[in-house]
Design a protein around this ligand. Sequence first.
Ligand code: NCD
Length: 309
Amino acid sequence: MLKGRNLINPDDLTVSELHEILSLAQKIIESPFDFSDSCRGRILGTLFFEPSTRTRLSFEAAMLRLGGSTLGFSEALSSSAAKGESLIDTIRTVACYADILAMRHPKEGSAALASEYTTVPLINAGDGGHYHPTQTLTDLLTIVETKGDLENLTIGLCGDLKFGRTVHSLLKTMTRFKGNRFLLISPDELQIPNYVKRLAFDEKALSVDYVELERMEDVLPELDVLYMTRVQKERFFNEADYVRLKDSYILNAKKMRHAKEDMIVLHPLPRVNEISLEVDSDPRAVYFQQAKFGMFVRMALILKLLGVE
Ligand code: NCD
């Protein structure tokens, strides 16, 4: 039963619950108007203490397309956080007005803390460089819709694997499906943190095959999925390091010639420089479709957590 639950960590959902959400999202894609009244009278609260385009707007679009309404704030400065209100008090308050909450906050662990004080389902829409479970649902739906399966894939994760919360969540989740292989492509300084490796690889019942490497070109021809990421400027301690590392990887049409015909390129977006514009017209580039799948999967998640199917 998903009704009434929070979604804070990617592991909060079992594999069968993941499938349940994905198949509801697929039903919604097939006949979206069957759901246009499902959440009439319900309110989604969006608490965004950090910038967002896709996550916040796709959550709002999801609730509106389900016939519900939304309220919230899109920056800390326009909430009472600017007056010194604690996160806990803000959550307690907004939970009085909304039936379900989506929260993004720059501090790792903030969503887990908030979940102890909310009286309605709380969804983590990103907590610092930690996790972003609804981006993972988005990524999973995109992979299922384009590759047909979540198993036996060779997946390259490329870019800022240290601070990228979407990578941490996706890795923790995709290691739970059989037969996947992971090629972790990053500069030395931006490798996956040990705590994520431990959770994603060492503590799994399945033994997971992964390699850490620096050059994308060395593995591009092997990949079924290439997950590109932005270097997370806002999480760096100094500007010079960011400037040095920001253009470590740039995927362009020339590199794409070495990839499989049916490889897909994902990116949670926003993109800065890591994918050249010329790649956008390649049918393997599915990152804007991915943004749309994000809305459908959030519709499914809202329905499940509110228990209004
Ligand atoms: C990502 C995020 O916020 O972590 N964006 C998103 O939610 N689609 C990735 C990023 O900001 O680089």
